[in-house]
Design a protein around this ligand. Structure first.
Ligand SMILES: [Mn+2]
Length: 339
């Protein structure tokens, strides 16, 4: 039995911006969960929402770990410039590190479960976005959707991932027509709370019964628990794009058939993220727009830190014809590999 109150894992709450905004009606709440690695992504994603939805009032909730003073001061600048409220929850990761994680997905993927548990006293609905989701359009559809009995609004995953996941999860899925991507979820918190879904998700994650079939831990569990209780939005509300595809596209134009004028949210999946210095393609234009409107506009983007990032960096730099920096990145990668 799970005997742990998630709320206890929040060590500190920091509110940035004008607190009187909290008293306003019609606020739309958006939440993120991330470890330190993706914090820059969250900052730019927030700006992307604000510059594309100037007619709406937002509150942003970030569940994260150890923010630097510089990061907090940049978020504070965003809150003031755009008259919004940003709340940062400093999470004690200890419990979450006991849940299954992979090399690609850290324990921070579970912070969305904490967010859904924690925010129900403040709002009836929240839009969860991954740090690698950048807004390019109007979010009214999420703010105005009638949930009915449904728990959340989601978007199906890419056809290949969807088919393989439905096959893998078998009879665990009540609805075998759908498998959604958990990077964008607009959640009906009243129902989430009534059905104690955070608790059910944690019990399932901690149970040994599902280890063999679970591949994407949080996403698989959420798909199993919410199957048949969902509203599906079209792809433009979670447009999955992988910057890796630029390695094979010498024209660097193919993204235009994925990211179109109708796209509302772009989800940059994969190792290479738009905030990485080596991801210099037109396919990150929507990110660039927000970056240039953000306090980070004059700062360099992130360099490769891990071995796998160094490997991606040199491949992309060669593709871009930046041979000198590519060779430097390759050397750094080789040294890191030997060490
Ligand atoms: Mn993602």
């Amino acid at each position: 039995m799970l005997n742990y109150s998630l709320r206890d894992s929040i060590k500190k709450t920091t509110v940035l911006g004008d607190r009187t905004l909290q008293q306003q009606d019609n606020l739309f709440h958006i939440t993120y969960g991330t470890d330190a690695n993706y914090q820059l992504g969250v900052g730019i994603s927030i700006v992307s929402v604000l510059i594309n939805n100037a007619d709406r009032r937002f509150v942003f909730h970030i569940f994260t770990e150890a923010c630097s003073d510089e990061y907090l001061s940049n978020l504070d600048e965003i809150a003031r410039k755009y008259s919004t409220l940003i709340v940062i929850y400093d999470v004690d990761a200890a419990f979450f590190t006991t849940l299954p994680s992979t090399k690609a997905w850290s324990h921070a993927m579970y912070y969305r479960l904490l967010a859904y548990e924690y925010l129900d006293s403040q709002t009836d609905r929240v839009l969860y976005l991954d740090a690698d989701v950048i807004c390019a359009g109007n979010l009214s559809a999420f703010a105005e959707v009638d949930f009915g009995e449904s728990i959340a609004v989601v978007v199906d995953d890419l056809p290949g991932t969807k088919a393989r996941s439905i096959e893998r999860l078998g009879s665990l899925l009540a609805d075998r027509e759908h498998y959604f991507n958990s990077g964008v979820m607009c959640v009906n918190l009243k129902e989430w709370h009534a059905q104690k879904l955070t608790h059910s998700a944690l019990e399932m994650l901690l149970s040994s019964d599902y280890g063999a079939v679970i591949k994407y831990p949080d996403q698989d569990v959420l798909n199993v628990l919410l199957s048949r209780k969902l509203i599906y939005f079209p792809r433009r509300f979670n447009t999955v794009f992988t910057l890796k595809s630029e390695l094979k596209d010498k024209t660097h134009q193919k993204y235009l058939s994925v990211i179109t004028d109708d796209t509302v949210l772009v989800h940059y999946t994969g190792i290479t993220k738009p905030w990485h210095a080596w991801a210099d393609y037109r396919s990150r234009d929507v990110f660039n727009n927000a970056w240039q409107a953000s306090p980070w506009r004059d700062s360099p983007l992130q360099a490769a830190k891990s071995r796998v990032e160094m490997q991606k960096a040199y491949k992309h730099q060669f593709t871009q014809g930046h041979y000198l920096s590519g060779i430097m990145a390759l050397i750094r990668y080789k040294i890191k590999k030997i060490l």
